[in-house]
Write a protein that binds this ligand. Structure first.
Ligand SMILES: [Ca+2]
Length: 97
């Protein structure tokens, strides 16, 4: 049985490939679907309707117009860092976990 962290890594891979077509990368439409379904709370807080386009542009570091797994992981890492900062503030405020 995988550990909590191993399970989280497996989930990242599975979610990515659920939305990536057979070519194993996300096109703009697939990225939008993934974000709408899997990051809906985050997307809701983004008032900008062009948020997906902006995110796509930021993520696509090799400029091929698609988001591969490595580029996708950088989105998850960035969001995780932001969430962890909120978590720390929450801990300081409440003083408990
Ligand atoms: Ca790319």
């Amino acid at each position: 049985m995988p550990s909590e962290l191993e399970g989280a890594m497996e989930s990242l891979i599975k979610v990515f490939h659920r939305y990536a077509s057979k070519d194993g990368v996300l096109c703009r439409r697939e990225l939008r679907e993934l974000m709408e379904n899997e990051l809906s709370n985050f997307l809701r807080s983004q008032k900008d309707p062009a948020a997906v386009d902006k995110i796509m542009k930021d993520l696509d570091t090799n400029g091929d117009g698609k988001v591969d797994f490595e580029e996708f992981v950088s989105l998850v890492v960035g969001l995780s860092i932001a969430c962890e900062q909120c978590y720390q503030i929450h801990l300081k405020k409440t003083g408990k976990k």
